[in-house]
Design a protein around this ligand. Sequence first.
Ligand SMILES: C[S@@+](CC[C@H](N)C(=O)[O-])C[C@H]1O[C@@H](n2cnc3c(N)ncnc32)[C@H](O)[C@@H]1O
Length: 261
Amino acid sequence: MLLDTGSEAPLRPAELGLSQEPIYPIWSRIGDATRDFFLTFFRGRGEDGYEIRSLRRMARGERLDTLGLQVRDEGATRRKSEHWLARLTALGLRPDHLCVEYGCGSLWCAEPIIRYLNRDRFVGLDVTERFYTLGRQRLRPLLDEKQVRLEVISPTSLSSIAALAPDFIFSHRVLHHVPRRGLRGYMQNLCSLLNARSVLVIEHMPRPVRGSAVRRRRHNAADLQRHLPQNWICQEYSFGFVIAHRDRLDSDAMLEYGMMQ
Ligand SMILES: C[S@@+](CC[C@H](N)C(=O)[O-])C[C@H]1O[C@@H](n2cnc3c(N)ncnc32)[C@H](O)[C@@H]1O
């Protein structure tokens, strides 16, 4: 049985070309890893460029959609965050779950989720502390009350959070900033947080292509699937991807978590 959010049917693995165990031959792995290495060597990491560009824009007084003390359209940003919380609860998020946001920025998406969760149940991770420092300024009483933990992404922080066995891991408005050469690292970090019960939800709405009216996704389910451990399945929805262990998708346990509607 496949994971179902109720409101939207996931595309079946067969529709994603995943009816068999996905094949990612060793020579393709080596080729891709070599290409990623050279592109990163010459162009740098995508996330570093993103951080510098965003900080420059903020320094010029520009308001962004989800980063900073103030955002471009606060009402719209808050509505999207509430909508994302509704999405996660439809997928089974409960107040007692341990929930990790990967790429939490200035905590605009996190805010309603932190309010929803019990104390000590939210962990935010980002490539830099500069963005969540602004979120801290804005939300200090809430973060203190809920004992929120915020960390910079590193092997140490990832392994200490993985040891807490997160129930839900999500990444909101991050994947479209990740270039192809960064996808392996992004997925490896996310996968390092998984345990057999975890659900990983990645937002990836189609975004406008610069200079045209077309909206497109930067990555598709097959791109993500090739970076997953064996028996983990990536399901594609209109809002992005839901990733869980095959046993979790097939077992009755998923009913307990309210993942079937
Ligand atoms: C548009 S902001 C979204 C912030 C937050 N998730 C929200 O929706 O309110 C993108 C965030 O992703 C982070 N980011 C960009 N590339 C990343 C990567 N490769 N890995 C982890 N985080 C990344 C940035 O530092 C930034 O905080």
